[in-house]
Design a protein around this ligand. Sequence first.
Ligand code: C5P
Length: 287
Amino acid sequence: MTPRVVRREARAKINVFLRVLGAREDGYHELESLVVPISLSDVVTVEPAEALRVEVEGAAELAGEGPGGLNLALVAALALADACPDAAGALIRIQKRIPVAGGLGGGSADAAATLHALNELWGCDVDPATLAGMGEHIGSDVPAMLVGEPVLMTGRGERLAPVACAVLHWALVDLGFGVRSPDAYRWWDENGARTGPDPDALLAAAAGGDPAALGPLLFNDLEAPVVARHPAIGEATARLLAAGALGAVMSGSGSSVVGLARDEDHARALAAAVEGTPVVGPTAGGG
Ligand code: C5P
């Protein structure tokens, strides 16, 4: 029997490293990134309704809008409805906890969870590869969020390979403002287009669960250009390091910053020292 309400966790992600290789003709940038889901999540529930509708529960500033002012979950629902003869109306409820435009993939996670949840509610049986294709059109991070496991992301974000990453503990600092991805990438162009190192040693440290080795290797090529416009981000990484983080890095195009801890207790202590939140990642995905 088709369930009448389907509930999905929409996990945030962090970029353990983000390497920008160059600008492309289509306006995107070629990148390479280790993307891991973390314990911070929104909750998406879907249930039958007359029309397609999204309700965001949580602070109004967390509502989040996609292209043309549409919530990404609604964009996702419309894309699936197009591809599914059994599609009907649905009420999509999002309990928002992930900061919007914080570099944590919140909108993309909601879109991915909505695709999975409606696929189940409507009994569409759309296969994972087709869902990933839809996701790619919704946003560069959506295919990775559909997987819900650590992935090595390349291309503009659509090429994904599963990758080993040990469970690590972090302190997350939400700076309370967003950075638009197009701005961050443009600033990277304007600020000399610098590309970080080959990530082999970093990937080995992440796979082996060696936070002491991993800490100094964390990097994000968007960080310097974004920090140049938003010094508060640089101050947050400095605070994390001063409090004893093994390494600290901006996630995605910012503004959120994560500090790497030795273990769970250390993550709690770091978070307390910088008014952040302890998180763990990777965690099992909601996908
Ligand atoms: O795909 P998404 O809608 O998330 O991308 C938002 C914007 O971020 C793009 O329009 C582009 O300006 C920038 N971007 C980029 N290279 C990527 C991903 C995003 O330049 N790989």
